[in-house]
Every structure is written in C-alpha cells, then in structure tokens.
Write a new protein. Structure first.
Length: 366
C-alpha cells in the first residue's frame, strides 16, 4: 500500500510540472529589424474637462483619443516553433471592471468607465500573425509592416447616475502592446496616461417667464391665407434658460491622434445640447411638419399652429421627435432656445373664429 501511494504522488508531480511548457521569445535583431527593447510612451489627456448630462445614453463614448505611433518594423524570435500573435493588453489595472466581463474599468467617478479599444474589440484581445504560424515551421516572425498600435483611449458612460469629479491619470489603465508566442509575449510598447479629466453633470433652470408663456399670435384675415401650407408671420416663443452650469461638451470620436511625441488635433469637443420635446395638448395635425391642432375651445377651422426652431419653414420641428439645440461651451449662464410659431392653413376652406393652442415642453440635456 505504501508503494502505491508513492507511485500516485510521483505521477501527479510529473503532470504538474510538464503540463505547460512555453517557448522563450525575445527581440530578434537582423537586417533592417533593429528594435531591441520595449518603447515607453506617455499619452497626455487632450482635454481637461468634459460634460456628461443626464440625457447622455448609457454605454455611449463620451471622450476619445486616438493612438497611432510612428512605428518601426521589428522581429521576434522564439526557441521553439509555434504560432505568433499580437496582443493588446494592460500592464496595470488600477481599478476593477465596472461590471464582470465588460472590459471597461472604473475611474473613481460613479457612472464613468475607461478602456482602451482597437478595431472592433476592447483590450485585452489578440490576433494571430497570419504569416507566422506553426504550420510554416518557423521560430521567428518579422513584423514587416511594423505596428502603429492603432487604438483609442475611451471614456464611457456606464450608468444612469453620473457624479461630478476629477479622474486622475493614476486611475487609468496602462496599455501594453505585445508580440510573440503564447506564454512568452514580448512587450513592444507600453503607454501610460498623464494629466487629469474633470467631469461635470451640467443643467439649467427654466426662467420664470418661460415656465408659463402666452404668445400673442395676432389677428388675421381669412384672405391672408392663399392655400394649404400658406401661413402668417412667425411669432417668437423662444425658451430662456438661466443659472446654467458650464457645458464643456464631449466627444464620441477621437479629438486628437497621439503619434508617440504629441497629440495632433483632429476636432474639438462636440457641444452638448438641450433636447426639447413638444407635446400639444389638443393633438397634432401633421407631426413631421410641426403642425399642432387648435384647442377644443377654438372656433376657427381649417388652420393649425406650426412650430419651428427658426423664422422659416426650414426649421420646422417634428413633434414626434423634438429637436436638439447646441449649447455654448463658453460657460454662458443664460441660454435662449429658439422657438417660433405661426398659423398655417391645413384645409381647403378656412372658417373665421378664435384660434388658440396649448402645448407643454420638456427639456433634457445630452
């Protein structure tokens, strides 16, 4: 019985130490392939502040920077035949995932996550080097096209509730770009982030005058109309907001490209917007043209009230979707959202009488 126990133990030990034997890989300097060590870069954050209003969609990218290095060709050699890979990894993860398997990581601010992304996938991920497979019986791989490390740093809205605050660089993962064989990947690039990003959740108050408005539409003759679609002059019904926070803007596409030395500007932050939803209390006549029905107490017939974001039919507002008004990024505390109204003929014949209308509006921010 003693010998059986010894035999079983030795078998287990043998299996334990023989299960995973990996090749050893390193830079291979030959011909034009002169890279012989990991390159370290520091990516400066290209903005100091962004705004993430409550109306921004969960899962949306709210800030992004591109990485596209001035690459050199390199070669990796291993002491065994095997498939070669490129991998997009992390050298360090200061904070855990926002949720299990999300590949998006906490930043220290509620509702905001961060990740590195390339192609159609998030880090960590990998691809085989198609020309360098074990079937080719090779122990080295010349990465003849180099590696620009084409990828992006993304900040993402991860929850309905977002807190204001500042994300320091130490809370952002360190990106690592590697090549080699499974179990022995060689570090090609490491990218740390510097700076900090302040996030706020801005809003405005609706001015007292705009909370309950009466818009004088004027008196008009039936003869002022010339047929269906004709209308009167536009009347100002604009909504005034005050006590606005600073709307810095945000971006769902890269605003810069980092080439290994500096950030090259691509675009500015996209302005935040006030999204206005209009709800006529007595129904709609033609939603896509912004035409609402008169109130049930009105006696006029054959007309409706048309709404526009400008003093022109070109700004007509779809009553089913509302409209978005870009907000200034200069920190203006007062903002006017343009809104105009006019009577419009909707039927062949018009009957004279009173012509009133009522609507409610709601404003959200994104």
């Amino acid at each position: 019985m003693l010998f059986k126990r010894i035999l079983i133990l030795s078998t287990l030990v043998f299996s334990l130490f023989s299960a995973h034997v990996y090749a050893s890989c390193d830079f291979y300097v030959h011909d034009q392939y002169t890279v012989n060590a990991t390159k370290y870069y520091t990516l400066p954050l290209a903005a100091s502040a962004i705004s993430v209003p409550a109306g921004a969609a969960v899962g949306s990218v709210i800030f992004e920077q591109q990485i596209k290095l001035n690459s050199q060709v390199f070669s990796i050699k291993c002491d065994a035949v095997g498939d070669f890979y490129r991998r997009w990894e992390y050298a360090s993860l200061p904070l855990p995932e926002t949720s299990s398997g999300s590949q998006t990581y906490k930043t220290g601010i509620e509702g905001i996550g961060v990740r590195f992304h390339t192609g159609n996938f998030n880090f960590p991920s990998y691809l085989k080097a198609k020309k360098c497979l074990a079937a080719n019986n090779i122990q080295f791989c010349d990465y003849t096209e180099g590696w620009t490390a084409n990828s992006t740093l993304q900040f993402v809205k991860t929850g309905n509730v977002v807190s204001s605050g500042t994300i320091p660089a130490v809370n952002i993962p360190v990106a690592l770009y590697t090549a080699g064989q499974d179990g022995s990947m060689v570090n090609i690039y490491q990218i740390n982030v510097s700076g900090s990003l302040t996030v706020n959740v801005p809003t405005c108050d609706i001015s007292t005058a705009s909370q309950s408005m009466v818009v004088p539409m004027g008196k008009h003759h039936v003869a002022d109309f010339s047929g269906i679609g004709s209308g009167t002059e536009w009347k100002n019904a604009s909504i005034v907001l005050n006590n606005c926070s600073h709307f810095y803007g945000n971006s769902s596409t890269p605003i810069t490209t980092f080439d290994g030395t500096s950030n090259i500007p691509l675009a500015g932050l996209t302005s935040n917007a006030a999204v206005v939803s209009l709800t006529p209390l007595d129904g709609k006549i033609k939603s896509e043209d912004g035409v609402m029905a008169l109130s049930s107490s009105s006696s006029a017939t054959g007309i409706g009230i048309q709404l526009s974001s400008s003093e022109s039919e070109s700004g007509k507002i779809n009553l089913d979707t509302g409209y978005a008004q870009p907000l200034p990024k200069d920190g203006s505390p007062n903002v006017t959202i343009p809104l105009f109204a006019r009577y419009i003929q909707t039927e062949n014949a018009i009957g004279a009488g009173t012509a009133n209308g009522k609507l409610e509006y709601t404003i959200s921010y994104r």
